[in-house]
Design a protein around this ligand. Structure first.
Ligand SMILES: [Fe+2]
Length: 316
């Protein structure tokens, strides 16, 4: 059956059916997926029939997969480092009661792009639903290409050469974690232009996230107000849709032209098990063979007050 694409918003998001993602794809089929992603930014694939192994195999078509930081003596729920655990479950598969894990996840409910706090950005995130609460937990997506297009020219000119300073801990601070600006600046930071050309489409997009703390060269108060203004602009209803999950759904989003946020649900009552594979931007051949990953370096250089076990649950 040929690939069928149904738009969700006129310029953003599409439901894709007709392609069996569980088997090895031909180069032509991979290009169909890439083209759909370049066009729509987010693609929703219902009833995929994917499991851990086939999700990872499918994801490898699009580049180097980021890996969960590995710590000696820490046990992980999922069997592959290529799977980020976006569940509310502990190692035994029960709902976690760990306050640091719950606090950490609050940051995912802010609009963000995955791994914006890394020097090497993430392109695609691919999230597969294994188990869901009876209600809630929708994931919201925002179109940062259309949002950029609609900015007044004056603001586009202002943003043209601006660079954002990103930190994982800034988003956690915004979600209520007790951490000072000084402590954040002592930890790893990543700088990315606030506006960039999205390679797949040739269109300009905003690259902002809850991780974006300051704007280089700008007064902190002014820069933070501008970041808030841009996030509010991008998340107006005309740029946003929400996905209500069913088990077996996989949603792919391109972090370089979107933002997303996790929806609320009764996380202390219901299990929610979603697993994410994550592709590094600009994959080069040597990266495909290397076991090294900057995630490990970033988290290993961080103070132990940050809970690494729960850090793996970053992203939805
Ligand atoms: Fe995320």
């Amino acid at each position: 059956m040929p690939l069928k694409i149904e738009p969700i918003l006129p310029r953003f998001g599409a439901i894709c059916t007709g392609l069996d993602l569980t088997r090895k794809l031909s180069l032509e089929e991979v290009k169909l997926v890439t083209d759909a992603m370049d066009m729509w930014g987010v693609t929703v694939w219902p009833e995929t029939g994917l499991n851990d192994e086939t999700q990872i195999a499918f994801s490898r078509n699009f580049g180097y997969l980021e890996r969960v930081p590995w710590r000696a003596g820490v046990n992980y729920r999922l069997p592959y480092r290529e799977l980020f655990d976006a569940s509310n479950l502990n190692i035994e598969g029960n709902i976690t009661q760990d306050p640091s894990a719950l606090q950490y996840r609050k940051g995912d409910r802010l609009w963000h792009t995955d791994s914006a706090f890394m020097e090497k950005r993430t392109s695609y995130s691919m999230l597969l639903a294994h188990q869901l609460p009876p209600e809630g937990g929708e994931t919201g997506f925002a179109d940062t290409r259309s949002a950029y297009d609609d900015l007044p020219q004056e603001l586009k000119d202002l943003l043209e050469d601006k660079v954002g300073i990103n930190s994982l801990w800034w988003s956690r601070k915004m979600a209520g974690a007790d951490i000072s600006d000084e402590e954040i600046y002592e930890r790893p930071l990543a700088k990315h232009p606030l506006v960039h050309v999205h390679k797949g489409s040739g269109c300009k997009a905003l690259f902002i996230a809850a991780h974006t703390m300051d704007i280089e060269g700008m007064d902190k108060t002014e820069g933070r107000a501008l970041i808030r203004q841009l996030i509010e602009h991008c998340t107006q209803p005309q740029y946003v849709f929400e996905h209500s999950w069913s088990v077996g759904d996989m949603v792919i989003w391109d972090n370089l032209c979107t933002m997303h946020r996790a929806g609320e649900y009764a996380y202390d009552l219901y299990k929610r098990d979603l697993r994410r594979t994550t592709v590094r931007e600009g994959t080069e051949p040597h990266m495909l063979e290397s076991g090294d990953d900057p995630f490990t370096e970033l988290f290993s250089s961080s103070p132990k007050s940050v809970d690494i076990q729960s850090a793996r649950a970053a992203g939805r």
